[in-house]
Design a protein around this ligand. Structure first.
Ligand SMILES: [Zn+2]
Length: 431
């Protein structure tokens, strides 16, 4: 074959490669590259509005890997961040995931304009058998991913920590089969003392009941496992800094994240991952023992909800819409100009909001005989359209329906666009 022939052959190989769906790994290929255990990579993301750095903290080996053994490559293009794992010898991409963290949200606060801060972050992947190259990527304002960190990991390096998980009791409260073909949701106790573990177990049963009242989860009940970890706190409740209340709790959760009273989160990702390692998990749910309204959900990171507010039922699945489904909030504030949060010439990455820059990428296929943008009038109350006001801004960003679980607590349903995104995500875990 002459040189031109070789070039053409390369082109054919490239075209074939691109034409193949990304999720083509077989279980055998998983076994070639990975053990059924977790490699956890912890790092700090430090910086401010203009620049940031990744600083490696530690590597750990953990005993469970609950994820799919065939859906190894994530081609959903969701999340503020993304990581890729390459087999070092062959340069083959063998694992990838999109995710988000609190650092990206913090960048939109005033504090990030004048102060550098560090946020501890952690990502998990199946444990490689050989040396791998890890690449971290960050989305830029045009919504493209840029590489920000590269590190070779020798899986036989004796500095990869191999400590036992904390000694907390684990109980599986819904068992539909082996983790690799199921979505494993693991609930961590936060702000529950040893004496309150009976309450924690009852709370988990109650929230699992709420969870399966909501579509599409109720239709996928047989594809989901629920585990609970009885992680004990020294004190009951959680921090409420605005009221001067501080509690010694196992996961260090707090209201008033970024000075927003109802924003209940934890920055202590290290403790969250340490406790979560007690059980198999695809999604971490932190249940906080308080009657105060609040919660938070960060894509492929964790979900968090208070246990005893009258609206906790709605909040539980709303936050899971963020943490599991990568969905945006569909509500708006009246004091945030769209341009400060969005580049209006491109689509935001979340499936359920649009700038109309390229509506065909979003849910245009689900719209029938409704004007775009859609007037928020009574006759379109049940229609799928593009209603102005979503993603924290009143203008220039649009949501699919008049009301949805991602917009308010007055409905307990995800809209059809959110449901479609959730089903697409469910399929990443159950094959
Ligand atoms: Zn929705």
């Amino acid at each position: 074959m002459n040189a031109k022939g070789i070039k053409n052959l390369n082109l054919i190989v490239l075209v074939l490669f691109l034409a193949v769906p990304f999720s083509v790994f077989s279980q055998q290929q998983f076994n070639d590259f990975f053990e059924t255990k977790t490699l956890r990579v912890d790092y700090s993301r430090v910086g401010d509005k203009d620049s940031s750095w990744i600083i490696l903290e530690q590597l750990k080996k953990e005993v469970f890997w609950a994820g799919s053994k065939t859906e190894l490559i994530d081609s959903l293009n969701l999340g503020d961040y993304y990581f890729e794992l390459y087999d070092s010898a062959s340069s083959q991409l063998i694992f990838s995931r999109g995710y988000s963290s609190l650092f990206r949200e913090w960048l939109d606060t005033d504090e990030a304009k004048k102060l550098k801060r560090g946020f501890y972050e952690s990502i998990v992947m199946p444990f490689p058998k050989q040396t791998v190259k890890l690449i971290l990527l960050t989305r830029n304002r045009n919504n493209e991913f840029n590489e920000v960190f590269e590190h070779y990991i020798n899986s036989k390096d004796y500095y990869i920590k191999n400590e036992k998980a904390p000694n907390f009791e684990v109980k599986t409260i819904l068992n539909n089969g082996v983790s690799e073909n199921k979505l494993d949701i693991t609930i961590l106790a936060e702000g529950y003392t040893a004496e309150e573990m009976g309450k924690f177990e009852k709370d988990c049963e109650r929230f699992m009941g709420f969870f399966f009242e909501v579509s599409p989860f109720l239709e996928f009940k047989n594809d989901i496992n629920f585990h609970i970890i009885k992680s004990i706190s020294q004190e009951s409740g959680t921090d409420i800094p605005g009221d001067g209340i501080w509690k010694n709790t196992v996961l260090n959760s707090s209201f008033y994240t970024f000075y927003s009273e109802r924003y209940l989160t934890t920055l202590d990702i290290k403790s969250v991952r340490d406790v979560a390692a007690c059980a198999p998990y695809d999604q971490i749910y932190i249940l906080v023992n308080t009657s105060k309204y609040g919660g938070g959900g960060i894509y492929n990171y964790y979900n968090l909800c208070s246990s005893d507010h009258a609206n906790s039922k709605q909040v539980f699945t709303h936050e899971f819409g963020h943490g599991f489904g990568a969905l945006a909030d569909e509500y708006a504030y009246d004091d945030v100009p769209a341009e400060t949060l969005y580049n209006l010439s491109v689509e935001p990455w979340q499936r359920n909001i649009t700038t109309l820059a390229n509506f065909a990428e979003k849910w245009k296929d689900m719209v029938n005989n409704v004007p775009i943008p859609t007037p928020d009038e009574a006759k379109y109350k049940k229609s799928i359209g593009a209603f102005e006001g979503a993603g924290y801004v009143l203008h220039k960003v649009y949501r699919p329906v008049h009301d949805c679980k991602m917009r308010s607590n007055s409905t307990d349903e995800f809209c059809p666009v959110c449901q479609r995104a959730l089903i697409e995500m469910l399929n990443m875990y159950i094959r």
